[in-house]
Write a protein that binds this ligand. Structure first.
Ligand SMILES: Cc1cc2nc3c(=O)[nH]c(=O)nc-3n(C[C@H](O)[C@H](O)[C@H](O)COP(=O)(O)OP(=O)(O)OC[C@H]3O[C@@H](n4cnc5c(N)ncnc54)[C@H](O)[C@@H]3O)c2cc1C
Length: 454
């Protein structure tokens, strides 16, 4: 592949490593190191001109381009593509009066939260602030503010993109509205995004943190979660997680190797009275709740920040009646541990995410009241089958209570984008793909082109 390497090197200023060249194994690695993506070359673009040059080169060479910020959402769809890494597309400009941020496509949430917090503002971040703003938002982005502000994608005012012909274009409600609709939830299949302009919102009076009990209390905590979420106002987000902590020596003894149950909370203002249900659960071993700085939101769940091998399965739950809760607990933590999964998490949805505006992007909204995610670490390839078997068993046990639809950012490598959209939405996305990228120069982690409606 040195031919491609040399041709790309003559086209761009950034670092190019082609398959077979020194450094390729390192360069192709995504954050989720369990995904063995095999691009033909990796280009760490130096700037927007470089990104446009790669797209033009790919068009001439008949190759596809996949784009990654961090590789949190990597999939094997990147096989055979030129993988563009955008980390050099930096920059955050906050307009405090307009309450917007212009964000380079290489930025992780952490830097955006920091810049916004200086002006008393925040954005629609998810559970981890090392996730990239671009991939998260293009896939919809379901985070701590979903109940009060909906999908992150629907906070986008505009994108700066490179289209399949290599041209730089601004995409907004007034300029290329079809593309604007598709980019707000349809993933990276339509253009290479170089900058996003997002709405921000007030970040005052935030509080939250994690409560932790031994997993023996999993049932009592789930019962309290059910009650608390039934009465939670939209400014209060509550997530329930059964966790198997690894036996790593760097973990505090309290957690090391133990199965626990966590309640993670973010409150906007004085909306915490539903949390009284958790006071009745005995055995609390940790409570980190406190007034929160916006920069602390992404660490509430204590998720790993270093590259991690994992498989995640997301499902939307249609109810959490007492029988559903009992079936869920039997399925996710038989014997008191979610192992071989590390986490089984239930996020309370509802609120603004159920009410997308008429001009929302293709992510739309979610009517299901809870999101279930099952995350298993796979430090060795053999464990992939073990983790997948447990994920299959849990979803089979809960089948009558799952809608079958899932948010795009909760698809796992090998799943189809068709699971994220109804057939009409998928058809419209495919039409927009044909219009803007007829030669399929862009290939996202979950391509729309050949996805068959489910
Ligand atoms: C620890 C962890 C926590 C998570 N928490 C949440 C959460 O709370 N809520 C949620 O909704 N999701 C969550 N996710 C899923 C995450 O949002 C997706 O994996 C998302 O795609 C990550 O974006 P990224 O840019 O970091 O990843 P990448 O893997 O770099 O990008 C993912 C995909 O986005 C597209 N893309 C990225 N950048 C561009 C660009 N500049 N132009 C065009 N296309 C692009 C590409 O198709 C790419 O394959 C989490 C994932 C992990 C691993």
């Amino acid at each position: 592949m040195t031919g491609i390497g040399n041709e790309l090197r003559s086209a761009v200023r950034g670092r190019v490593v082609a398959m077979g060249e020194d450094g390729f194994e390192q360069a192709r690695m995504p954050w989720n190191v369990a995904v063995a993506q095999q691009p033909v070359a990796v280009v760490e673009v130096a700037d927007v001109d470089d990104a446009a040059a790669v797209v033009r080169y790919a068009g001439r060479a008949g190759l596809a381009v996949s784009t990654q910020t961090t590789g949190h959402g990597a999939s094997t769809a990147a096989d055979g593509t030129i993988l563009v890494k955008t980390r050099a597309l930096q920059g955050v400009q906050i307009d405090a009066r307009a309450r917007t941020a212009r964000i380079g496509a290489g930025m992780p949430w952490l830097d955006v939260l920091g810049a916004a917090a200086e002006r008393g503002l925040t954005g629609a971040v998810g559970s981890s602030d090392v996730v990239g703003v671009a991939g998260y938002t293009l896939g919809g982005g379901l985070g701590w503010f979903a109940r009060s502000h909906g999908y992150a994608a629907n906070t986008v005012r505009a994108f700066e993109v490179i289209t399949a012909d290599g041209a730089r274009t601004r995409v907004s409600a007034d300029s290329e509205p079809d593309l604007f609709w598709a980019l707000r939830g349809g993933g990276g299949d339509f253009a290479l995004v170089t900058e996003l302009e997002l709405e921000l919102f007030e970040a005052d009076s935030l509080s939250g943190g994690r409560m932790l009990w031994p997993s023996e209390q999993a049932e009592a905590v789930l019962s309290a979660f059910r009650r608390a979420t039934l009465e939670a106002p939209e400014g209060l987000s509550i997530w329930y997680t059964v966790i198997q902590f690894p036996p790593f020596p760097q973990l505090p003894e309290l957690l090391r190797g133990r199965a626990m149950v966590a309640i993670d909370v973010l409150a906007q203002g004085a909306v915490t009275s539903p949390l009284r249900w958790f006071e009745e659960v005995p055995g609390l071993v940790l409570d980190t709740r406190r007034p929160l700085l916006p920069t602390e939101i992404g660490s509430i769940c204590m998720e790993p920040t270093a590259p991690t091998p994992a498989r995640i399965r997301g499902e939307l739950l249609t109810d959490l009646a007492p029988e559903t809760a009992a079936a869920l607990l039997d399925a996710v933590a038989p014997g008191g541990t979610p192992a071989p999964l590390a986490l089984a998490q239930l996020r309370h949805l509802g609120g603004a995410i159920t009410r997308p505006a008429p001009d929302a992007g293709c992510a739309g909204g979610i009517s299901e009241p809870y999101l279930l995610s099952l995350l298993g670490p796979i430090p060795t390839p053999e464990l992939a089958a073990v983790v997948a078997a447990r994920q299959d068993a849990v979803t089979a046990a809960l089948r009558p209570h799952l809608s079958g639809r899932k948010p795009l950012t909760y698809l796992d490598s090998g799943e189809s984008v068709a699971a994220a959209f109804d057939p009409e939405t998928l058809t419209r996305l495919q039409q927009i793909k044909s219009k803007y990228d007829p030669a399929a120069t862009f290939r996202s982690s979950y391509p729309v082109a050949n996805a068959a409606a489910g």
